[in-house]
Design a protein around this ligand. Structure first.
Ligand code: ZN
Length: 411
C-alpha cells in the first residue's frame, strides 16, 4: 500500500519530534542524515525499529513528549528480559479510544449495547483499551476483568450483556460453561470482540455456534497503542485498520524489502500522530498481507489479512519463503484429508526439500491425491514439495500440541 502525501507529512512531523527528543530512534535518524522524507522511496530508507531497541530504552527512554504531558504508561508482557514501557499523552489515550470506538462501530455495536469486558486491567493494554473505546461510544460497560467464571456468568445474565470482549480461549471456556450449566436461554450476547491470540477457524466456529454470536477479530499491540487499531467488518474479508493513525507496510522478513499487496510477509507499522512514544517502521513479527481492492461494506479503510502466525516460523525452501500456515491453508482445501499432517524440511544433495505427510481414509487414490496436493503447493507458493499420503492414524498424535513442522536441517 503506497504511502499517501498526508501520511508523509505526518511521518515528517513524527521524525521532527523524535529528533528533538534525542531518543534512540531520533539519534539513529540524525546519524543517518534522514530527517525529512518526500516520497515512498525515501520513506523506505528509514531504519526499522525493533522490540530489542524498545527494551534497551527501559525504563523511560522512549518518552518523546515532555514529562508534564505524559499521563500514563503501559507495558508489554515480555516473557524474557526487560519489559517495554510505552508512555502515553492525554491525546494518545484519546486517539486510542477514538480508534477503539471505530472498531465497535465497524462491528455494528452501538451506545445501546452492554459490553462485558473480560481481558485484564493494569499495566497491559487490554482491559482499559476495551473500556475507553466503549465509553467513547457511549455504551454501558461491565468491567469484569479476567477469571471468576461464576460471577462472570451471573453478571452476564443479570446485566443482560450483549457484547463479550475476551480472548478466544476465555470465550470458549465461557461457551462451554454456559452449555454445561444449561443457562443459554438467559444469555443475551449478540456479538463477541475477540483479541490478542491467533485462533483457528474450528475454534471460531465453535465459539460462534455455541454462544450464537457474531465474532469480530480485533488487532493491536502495546507498542502501537494496544488493541483497537483494526477489526474485521461483517463481511469478514480482513481487518480494516485506521490509516489516519497508522501506516502499515508488509515486508519480506529476509530481504526486508516491501512485498506487493496481497503477498504474505511481516507487518511493519509506523505511527502517524503518536506523541508519547512515536514508532517508525516498527517490526511486529506478525505475519499477514494487505488485502487489495475494496471491501463490500464500502469502507475506505484498507484491510490487513488475518494474522497467520509469527515470522519466526518462516522457512526458506528452494529460495522461496514459506510459512507453515500457508501449507496448512492449502491442506484444508482437501476435504478427504484428516486434520493431522506433518511437514519435514531436510537438506539433501545440496538442496532444501520439503516433505508433507498427510492422512486420508482408504477410499481415494493415494498417488493421485499426492500429485494434486503437490501441484497446488507449486501453483500457490512456487515450489514442488514431496507429498506422502498415509492411512488415517499413522501420523503421531499427542496430548500436547503436536509438533507438526520438523526442520531436520538444524537437528
Ligand atoms: Zn468491510
Amino acid at each position: 500500500m503506497e504511502i499517501s502525501n498526508i501520511q508523509i507529512e505526518k511521518v515528517n512531523h513524527q521524525i521532527e519530534t523524535l529528533v528533538a527528543a534525542d531518543s534512540f530512534y531520533g539519534k539513529k535518524l540524525k546519524d543517518a542524515g534522514l530527517m525529512h522524507i518526500n516520497n515512498q522511496d525515501e520513506f523506505e530508507k528509514l531504519p526499522f525499529s525493533e522490540k530489542k531497541d524498545l527494551r534497551e530504552a527501559y525504563p523511560l527512554d522512549l518518552m518523546t513528549a515532555p514529562e508534564k504531558d505524559i499521563v500514563r504508561i503501559h507495558s508489554s508482557s515480555g516473557t524474557t528480559g526487560l519489559p517495554v514501557i510505552i508512555p502515553y499523552t492525554a491525546k494518545d489515550v484519546d486517539d486510542w479510544a477514538i480508534m477503539f470506538k471505530r472498531c465497535y462501530e465497524m462491528a455494528g455495536i452501538t451506545n445501546m449495547d452492554r459490553i462485558q469486558i473480560t481481558p485484564g486491567y493494569g499495566l497491559w493494554t487490554a482491559g482499559i483499551g476495551f473500556q475507553n473505546g466503549a465509553e467513547k461510544l457511549g455504551a454501558m460497560v461491565i468491567p469484569m476483568g479476567p477469571g471468576n467464571t461464576d460471577k462472570q456468568l451471573q453478571m452476564m445474565m443479570d446485566m443482560k450483556s450483549t457484547v463479550l470482549c475476551s480472548t478466544s480461549s476465555y470465550a470458549l471456556l465461557l461457551a462451554e460453561e454456559i452449555e454445561k450449566r444449561g443457562i443459554k436461554e438467559h444469555i443475551h450476547l449478540k456479538k463477541g470482540v475477540i483479541g490478542s491470540e491467533r485462533w483457528g477457524e474450528a475454534m471460531r466456529k465453535r465459539i460462534s455456534s455455541e454462544l450464537g454470536i457474531e465474532l469480530y477479530d480485533i488487532y493491536g499491540l502495546t507498542e502501537i497503542y494496544g488493541p483497537g487499531i483494526g477489526i474485521n467488518c461483517k463481511f469478514d474479508t480482513g481487518m480494516h485498520y485506521w490509516d489516519d493513525y497508522i501506516y502499515i507496510e508488509i515486508i519480506d522478513p529476509v530481504t526486508l524489502k516491501p512485498v506487493p499487496d496481497g503477498e504474505m510477509g511481516e507487518v511493519v507499522i509506523t505511527t502517524l500522530v503518536k506523541e508519547g512514544a512515536p514508532l517508525i517502521r516498527y517490526r511486529t513479527h506478525d505475519l499477514s498481507c494487505i488485502i487489495p481492492g475494496e471491501c463490500p461494506c464500502g469502507s475506505k479503510y484498507p484491510r490487513l489479512g488475518t494474522i497467520m502466525g509469527r515470522t519466526d516460523d518462516m522457512m526458506k525452501i528452494k529460495g522461496v519463503n514459506v510459512f507453515p500456515s500457508q501449507i496448512e491453508e492449502i491442506l484444508k482445501e482437501f476435504p478427504v484429508l484428516s486434520s493431522e499432517y506433518q511437514i519435514r524440511i531436510s537438506h539433501l544433495d545440496g538442496k532444501d526439500t520439503m516433505r508433507i505427510y498427510v492422512e486420508t481414509n482408504g477410499s481415494v487414490d493415494f498417488a493421485e491425491l499426492s500429485k494434486q496436493i503437490a501441484e497446488r503447493v507449486k501453483s500457490r507458493i512456487g515450489f514442488t514439495p514431496l507429498v506422502k499420503v498415509v492411512e488415517v492414524g499413522v501420523l503421531p498424535r499427542s496430548e500436547k500440541k503436536t509438533k507438526r513442522v520438523i526442520d531436520e536441517r538444524y537437528e
